[in-house]
Design a protein around this ligand. Structure first.
Ligand code: SF4
Ligand code: SF4
Length: 133
């Protein structure tokens, strides 16, 4: 039986939470975060969000997402894009995507070839082979 840890095991390095910007939050992300924090929308927006036009991202502090402190401190309330990382379906479309993501995330199992990785990834996430590039 294939397990997620066969292809990925988070090293808590924080690379994916670094940078001067973060992933953007869709409506569901915003609601989940508000509920998780148990605060009013305005309070969450003031304390944790950065709005650029219609785009809402998380604020950053010292080059990290505001919720990063030796790991994500808002695990159950984090945006879906954070939950998906690094197992992005684009990996199955091109080896180049796999290599780029592997470079950015030390949690990817480096012992697997691209094909081996894709086979396990497809089984785990029940992605039909026809969706592969
Ligand atoms: S870059 Fe990968 S290993 Fe590092 S914290 Fe993010 S998901 Fe985990
Ligand atoms: S919400 Fe959590 S996982 Fe996402 S960037 Fe911030 S600290 Fe990282």
């Amino acid at each position: 039986m294939v397990k997620t840890s066969d292809i990925f095991f988070c090293q808590q390095c924080g690379y994916c939470c670094q940078g001067e910007t973060t992933v953007s939050l869709d409506e569901n992300d915003q609601k989940r975060m508000i509920q998780y924090l148990g605060m009013k929308r305005e309070e969450v927006a003031r304390a944790f969000w950065r709005q650029n036009g219609k785009t809402i991202q998380m604020r950053t502090v010292d080059g990290h997402c505001i919720f990063f402190d030796n790991g994500c401190t808002i695990h159950a309330g984090k945006p879906w894009r954070c939950s998906q990382w690094p197992l992005h379906p684009s990996i199955l479309e091109a080896q180049e995507n796999f290599e780029i993501i592997k470079e950015s995330c030390p949690g990817i199992n480096r012992k697997l070839s691209y094909d081996e990785f894709c086979k396990k990834f497809s089984v785990l996430f029940r992605i039909p082979p026809k969706n592969r590039g």
